[in-house]
Ligand binder design. Structure first.
Ligand code: VG1
Ligand code: CO
Length: 579
C-alpha cells in the first residue's frame, strides 16, 4: 500500500469529555471528522512509540463501528503503526480492552501500546443517536487529562492526516491475521476471540467453582440483562458456558447496533425488563429470581438487584470492599486501599475507617483512579453511576462486579444456615447497614437542558458559597428540619501521585450532620447540558436504617431544588431520570 497525505480542516468541539469524544453519528459521519480525531490522537503520542506499535481497536458494536474500524485501520497503517488488534466482529467490552492492553501477548511476544475504544457507553445508538471514541494508554486506563488536552489542541490545528491507500476492508468477523506491505514495512491486522483473554483474567480473580455451586442451588435463581450491549458476549461465555447458568437466565444478550432502540443504561429507569423481572415494577411476577444484574452498552457499568430489592451503587462498592478479603481469592492478602469519586456516597469511607484502609476521593471519571492503582495505593474503587472495579484492570468492570457479588453470596452461603435458608442480597445489604450505618442516597438528572441555563444555575450555586448565613436562612425557611450548611466549595483534586490539579469538579454543600448536596454538569452527553444533582444523608442510628430512601431524602431534595432555583433556570419541574 501507499500512504496519502490528506488535506483537512479542523472541526470545532472535538474535546474529549469525562470518557472520550461522544457526538451524534451524523456528526461523526462528516467528511474527515473521525480521521481528524484519530490523527490528532496519534500526533499527541510520542512518535518513536507509535512506529511499529500494536494498537487495539474495538468497541460495543454500536452503529457506525464497522465503518470506523476500517477508517482507523487505514490511518494506523498511514502512520507507521505496525499492527492493529480487533476483537471478533469489532466487539470488545471496555474492561476487556483494558485487560487486552495489560495482558495479551502477540505471536512475536509483542504487547499493545494503546487502544481506540469505540463506544458512547450508556448513550443510545443508531443512525440518529450517539457514537463515541476514546483512547486508552499503556496501563490499560483512559488517557489522562494531560493527554486529552493535547489531543484537543491538535484537533484545533490539524491540517492533514495520513491514510493508507491499497488496503482492502478487513473482514472483522473472521479470526485470523491479514498482512500488508507498506512504505515503512509490514502492517498487519489480527482479528481475535473477543472473550478469551477476559475470561482467563476473571478465572485468576474469582473462585469459579464456588460460584457455580451457588448457581446450582435450587433455591438460588439468577438473571442477567445486557441491554443489547456488548456484555452479552461475555455473559454467555462466563455465566452459561463456564458457570452453568441456564441460557434462559440471560436477557438481551445479543449485541445490537441500536441496543434495541433503548438506552443501554443499567438503572431503574432504563433497565425496564429486568426491573420488572426482579419484582420492582408492576405487575409483580409470580416467580422472582434471587439475583439480577444489568450492564451498560460497553459493559463497564453494573446494576445489582436482589428479589424486590435495589442495591445503590455507592452501597455496592462499600459492601464489596467490606467482604472482598474472605470472598474473593484475588484479595486474599488484603486491600491496598479504596477510592470513590467525589459524588459517590461516603459508605465506602465508613468501611475504610473501620478496616483501617487508605481511602481516596477523586473527581468523576475512571481515569482518576489509574494513578492510585498504578502506585499500589488502591485495590477497589467505585462511582455512584453504577461503576465498580478493582486494580485487576484500569477501567470499571460490569461483569467483574456481578462476579464479586456472586462470590460474596457464595461465601455467605458456604455453610447451610441453621434454618436452611439462603442468605440473600437484601440480607447482606441490611446487615451491612447494621454494621456501618446507612447512607441514604439518590441522584436527579436533568438531561438535555439548555447549556446556557445550566451554566447560570452553576454560577448561581457558587454565589451561595460566599454567603452561608444567607443560604442557611433560605434552608431554615424551606425545611427547618434540615441541618445547616457548614462548608460550600467547588471540588478540586490534587493527584497524590503526579501532583496534577483538576478544579471545578462539582459544586458541594456539606451539612453539619454529614449530609451532602453536589451539583455538576455531565461530561458525557452529546446535546445540550445535563445537570446532575447528588443527594446524600447519613444515618448512624442502626434502628433507623430501614426507612424508605425517597421519603427520608425528601426534605433535602426540596432544599436542593430551592437553593439551586432548578425550575426557574431550567424550566423543568421534574428530573428526567432518578437513580
Ligand atoms: C458519567 C458518570 C461518571 C462515569 C462516566 C463514564 O459521567 O457520572 O461517573 O465515569 O459517565 O461512564 P458524566 O460526566 O456524564 O457525569 V461510561 O460507562 O459512560 O464510560
Ligand atoms: Co460504559
Amino acid at each position: 500500500f501507499t500512504v496519502k497525505k490528506q488535506q483537512t480542516k479542523p472541526y470545532d468541539g472535538q474535546k474529549p469529555g469525562t470518557s472520550g469524544l461522544r457526538k451524534k453519528v451524523k456528526v461523526f459521519q462528516q467528511e474527515h471528522y473521525l480521521a481528524n480525531f484519530v490523527q490528532s490522537t496519534i500526533n499527541a503520542l510520542p512518535a518513536d512509540k507509535i512506529k511499529g506499535s500494536t494498537i487495539v481497536v474495538s468497541g460495543d458494536g454500536r452503529y457506525y463501528s464497522p465503518d470506523a474500524i476500517q477508517i482507523i485501520i487505514k490511518i494506523a497503517a498511514g502512520n507507521g503503526i505496525g499492527q492493529i488488534w480487533v476483537g471478533q466482529d469489532g466487539l470488545l467490552s471496555t474492561p476487556a480492552v483494558s485487560g487486552v492492553i495489560r495482558n495479551r501477548v502477540g505471536s512475536k511476544g509483542e504487547k499493545a501500546y494503546g487502544a481506540f475504544i469505540l463506544t458512547a457507553s450508556h448513550n443510545a445508538g443508531g443512525p440518529d443517536e450517539d457514537f463515541g471514541i476514546k483512547y486508552n494508554t499503556e496501563n490499560g486506563g483512559p488517557a489522562l487529562e494531560s493527554l486529552t488536552d493535547k489531543i484537543f489542541q491538535n484537533t484545533k490545528n490539524i491540517k492533514e492526516y495520513f491514510i493508507a491507500e491499497g488496503i482492502p476492508d478487513v473482514d472483522i468477523h473472521k479470526i485470523g491475521r491479514s498482512s500488508f506491505s507498506g512504505p515503512s514495512g509490514e502492517f498487519s491486522v489480527e482479528v481475535f476471540d473477543a472473550t478469551e483473554d477476559y475470561v482467563n483474567l476473571m478465572k485468576t480473580i474469582f473462585d469459579f467453582e464456588a460460584i457455580s455451586r451457588l448457581l446450582a442451588r435450587p433455591d438460588f435463581t439468577f438473571c442477567y440483562d445486557a441491554l443489547h450491549g456488548v456484555a452479552g458476549v461475555y455473559a454467555k461465555r462466563i455465566f452459561v458456558t463456564e458457570l452453568n447458568a441456564t441460557e434462559s437466565s440471560l436477557l438481551n444478550c445479543v449485541p445490537k447496533e441500536d441496543f434495541g432502540g433503548g438506552h443501554p443504561d443499567p438503572n431503574l429507569t432504563y433497565a425496564k425488563q429486568l426491573v420488572k423481572t426482579m419484582g420492582l415494577g408492576s405487575p409483580v411476577p409470580e416467580e422472582i429470581p434471587e439475583f439480577g444484574a444489568a450492564a451498560d452498552g460497553d459493559a463497564d457499568r453494573n446494576m445489582i438487584l436482589g428479589k424486590k430489592f435495589f442495591v445503590t451503587p455507592s452501597d455496592s462498592v462499600a459492601i464489596i470492599a467490606a467482604n472482598a478479603v474472605g470472598a474473593i481469592p484475588y484479595f486474599k492478602n488484603g486491600l491496598k486501599g479504596v477510592a470513590r469519586s467525589m459524588p459517590t456516597s461516603a459508605a465506602l469511607d465508613v468501611v475504610a475507617q473501620k478496616l483501617g484502609l487508605k481511602q481516596f476521593e477523586v473527581p468523576t471519571g475512571w481515569k482518576f483512579f489509574g494513578n492510585l492503582m498504578d502506585a499500589g495505593m488502591c485495590s477497589i474503587c467505585g462511582e455512584e453511576s453504577f461503576g465498580t472495579g478493582s486494580d485487576h484492570i484500569r477501567e470499571k468492570d460490569g461483569i467483574w462486579a456481578v462476579l464479586a457479588w456472586l462470590s460474596i453470596l457464595a461465601y455467605r452461603n458456604r455453610d447451610v444456615a441453621a434454618d436452611g435458608k439462603l442468605v440473600t442480597v437484601e440480607d447482606i445489604v441490611k446487615l451491612h447497614w447494621q454494621t456501618y450505618g446507612r447512607h441514604y442516597y439518590t441522584r436527579y438528572d436533568y438531561e438535555n437542558v439548555d447549556a446556557g441555563a445550566a451554566k447560570n444555575l452553576i454560577d448561581h450555586l457558587v454565589k451561595h458559597h460566599s454567603d452561608l448565613d444567607g443560604l442557611n436562612k433560605i434552608i431554615k425557611d424551606t425545611r427547618p428540619e434540615v441541618a445547616e450548611v457548614e462548608l460550600g466549595d467547588e471540588f478540586e483534586y490534587t493527584d497524590p501521585v503526579d501532583g496534577s490539579v483538576s478544579s471545578h469538579q462539582g459544586v458541594r454543600f456539606l451539612f453539619k450532620d454529614g449530609s451532602r448536596l453536589v451539583f455538576r454538569l455531565s461530561g458525557t452527553g452529546s446535546v445540550g447540558a445535563t445537570i446532575r444533582l447528588y443527594i446524600e444523608q447519613y444515618q448512624s442510628d442502626r434502628s433507623k436504617t430501614g426507612a424508605d430512601a425517597a421519603e427520608t431524602l425528601a426534605p433535602l431534595v426540596e432544599v436542593a431544588l430551592v437553593i439551586s432555583k432548578m425550575e426557574e433556570f431550567t424550566g423543568r419541574s421534574a428530573p428526567t431520570v432518578i437513580t
